[in-house]
Ligand binder design. Structure first.
Ligand SMILES: Nc1ncnc2c1ncn2[C@@H]1O[C@H](COP(=O)(O)OP(=O)(O)OP(=O)(O)O)[C@@H](O)[C@H]1O
Ligand SMILES: Nc1nc2c(c(=O)[nH]1)N[C@H]1C(S)=C(S)[C@@H](COP(=O)(O)O)O[C@H]1N2
Length: 197
């Protein structure tokens, strides 16, 4: 297990599960536990989680993202509602509250996901910056959370396709958030040498 280079700073992270059926109790939500568990595994930083379980309603999703960004979440991860069906509106709700689009995250997630399912191209997931928050959409399948964040490894743990989380700590540095430190066995963060502490 890698040790953190410096004492890890605390971070507040919003986790948002967007699902009509999970939010109405038709099935048990697996999105929030999957996000929570992956982030606890990946980061040395002490995390305050702000969890939200909401239906696929555009206004509600945008309002939740605005609330979480306003209360100081450096990172907000959503899961669900990225597909083509009429109720899938998470990307629209996310773009509606964006200061800047970060298209590389969506591109890389679809690239990674194609190694797992041919329907990866059906996910319209986006990432944006709002103020000093990075907001990233993940697909709704609970297993897609680790797949996209962590990427693809071979049987020996060697990274074949980098997960998107490798770029998240430096992005958060650049927008003025805390210095995130990852556990290399889960996700090796990349920063330019000049930015590493
Ligand atoms: N929060 C969740 N908890 C558990 N399983 C989920 C969750 N979200 C999605 N899934 C699973 O992944 C599948 C695809 O997710 P998708 O977001 O397309 O759901 P959906 O068909 O739009 O329905 P809903 O919004 O009611 O979850 C679902 O059919 C379900 O099996
Ligand atoms: N890594 C990964 N990406 C994935 C999937 C998956 O199982 N794993 N499912 C795909 C499918 S079937 C769909 S329809 C889209 C959109 O899913 P969402 O509407 O649940 O967000 O994500 C795609 N991306």
């Amino acid at each position: 297990m890698t040790q953190p280079a410096t004492t890890p700073e605390p971070v507040t992270i919003g986790i948002v599960s967007v699902s009509d059926r999970a939010s109405s109790g038709t099935y048990q939500d697996k999105g929030l536990p999957a996000l929570h568990d992956w982030l606890k595994r990946a980061l040395h930083n002490p995390i305050t989680f702000e969890p939200r379980l909401i239906p696929d309603e555009q206004e509600r999703i945008s309002a939740t993202l605005v609330e979480l960004a306003g209360m100081g979440c450096s990172l907000i991860l959503t899961t669900g509602g990225t597909g083509p069906s009429p109720r899938d509106v998470t990307p629209e709700a996310t773009l509606a509250v964006a200061d800047k689009e970060m298209p590389g995250f969506g591109e890389q997630m679809r690239r990674i996901s194609l190694h797992f399912v041919p329907t990866a191209i059906l996910s319209r997931q986006v990432a944006v910056v709002r103020g000093s928050s990075l907001i990233i959409n993940l697909p709704g399948q609970p297993k897609a959370i680790a797949e996209t964040l962590e990427g693809l490894k071979d049987g020996a743990g060697e990274q074949l396709v980098p997960g998107i989380f490798a770029a998240v700590p430096y992005c958060i540095d650049l927008i003025g958030g805390p210095y995130l430190q990852t556990r290399d066995a889960v996700c090796k963060a990349f920063r330019p040498k000049s930015a590493a502490r």
